[in-house]
Design a protein around this ligand. Structure first.
Ligand code: MN
Length: 391
């Protein structure tokens, strides 16, 4: 008998699907939240048959269970932990731990891709095209590589995962992977996925108008309340406001918060770590502790949302050689313009500011961080030019 304890997200369930493809009826699979895993491991060690082979994928256990599993293994128990989170790297000290963040080729791994390799190398599964394609979609989704590669299929696979129950998803995928030549979505799935994408777009547009910005522990954070679509939201808001180091997404009801960044210079697993959480450099999470509540909720509650940039301009455009005009809430006007190819400066109302910047982006980031400015509409831009130069 085999037992697989895995995470309850797409990557975790990907492992469950592989386990069922490999072991059929002789595997019991249970999906857990990060916090639920330890209870399951305790239950396994107390109640399950000592001959059952335990797999733990996409999650790692606390210190107490680490010790119990070590004893279990040393006494002949069969256990294999497979994970790709860098916070779990110390499990490599054990023979039963296999934690890889990046493979030999420099590619980021996922639990599903590691487990697939494991099953193949132990001759427990026969690799096929559809399974390999499925595993790669899960990996690209889980590592956010799909973004870079613009792999919509990976993103849609995750969307489908959330649209149906885990049982239904498992069942659909298992039969598809067993019977198709290639991985694909059926017509009905394509239609509901299209509808879902429209819905997410509308949700993000609404949330964009609620984002506030604040400085916490030396980093600029965008704070927004949301219960759904954290990944999509964090990514879109991050791209929309690149002057923010990261986006914090608060789920008050669930007393959780998530962090997302699009930047390489920020590690949000460290941000989450300050509040007892963890995760990846680009996506992480933690419980909404009292301290986190103070910083992210209490101290930001009175803030006004970040005003958005004008969207349909033809004249007042970013990186324009004659300058780009911004405004702050106090009616201050800021013209950001280049004096040569490598030097951008700002005229604030009528006087030039002392700072200079190596690029347009640096200048804009400075303005948005310090003055919460927005790109003004063409009308305001023309008015500005007329009053300045018109007479
Ligand atoms: Mn994962």
């Amino acid at each position: 008998m085999y037992k697989l304890l895995s995470h309850n997200d797409l990557d975790g369930v990907g492992c469950g699907i592989l386990a069922k493809l490999a072991f059929g009826d002789v595997v019991k699979v249970r999906y857990n939240s990060i916090s639920g895993l330890n209870r399951e491991v305790e239950w396994f060690l107390e109640n399950d048959d000592r001959n059952t082979f335990l797999f733990i994928t996409d999650l790692s256990v606390n210190e107490k269970n680490e010790q119990s599993l070590k004893e279990f293994y040393d006494n002949g128990g069969k256990v294999q932990l497979i994970d790709h989170h860098k916070t779990a790297l110390h499990f490599n000290d054990y023979e039963w731990g296999h934690v890889v963040v990046e493979d030999e080729g420099g590619k980021l791994t996922s639990a599903t891709s590691l487990f697939y390799k494991y099953l193949i190398s132990h001759q427990l599964i026969e690799p096929t095209d559809p399974i390999t394609e499925f595993v790669e979609l899960v990996r690209q989704y889980d590592t956010w590589e799909w973004e870079k590669n613009d792999n919509q299929e990976a993103q849609r696979l995750n969307a489908l995962f959330f649209l149906v129950s885990i049982d239904e998803f498992e069942e659909k995928m298992i039969s598809r992977l067993q019977t198709s030549d290639h991985f694909h979505f059926d017509e009905f799935e394509k239609r509901i996925l299209d509808m879902e994408e429209d819905k997410i777009d509308r949700y993000i547009r609404r949330k964009r108008r609620e984002l506030v910005q604040t400085q916490i522990d030396g980093l600029f954070a965008g704070v927004v309340y949301a219960e759904s679509y954290h990944s999509e939201l964090g990514n879109e808001l991050g791209k929309e406001y690149p002057h923010l180091d990261y986006i914090a997404i608060l789920n008050i009801g669930g007393k959780r918060m998530g962090f997302r960044t699009i930047h390489d210079h920020v590690d949000v697993s460290a941000v989450a770590g300050q509040y007892g959480g963890g995760g990846h450099a680009k996506a992480s999470g933690c419980s909404l502790t009292e301290e986190a509540y103070m910083k992210f909720v209490t101290e930001t509650f009175h803030l006004e949302p970040i005003p958005g940039d004008a969207r349909r301009n033809r004249y007042n455009l970013k990186r324009a050689p004659f300058g780009t005009l911004y405004k702050d809430r106090k009616e201050g006007m800021f013209l950001l313009y280049p004096v040569n190819e490598e030097k951008w400066v700002i005229k604030r109302n009528n006087s030039r500011m002392e700072q200079s910047f190596n690029s347009f982006e640096e200048g804009e980031s400075f303005l948005k961080r310090n003055y919460e400015v927005w790109l003004v509409k063409d009308d305001d831009f023309v008015h500005y030019l007329v009053t300045k130069f018109g007479k």
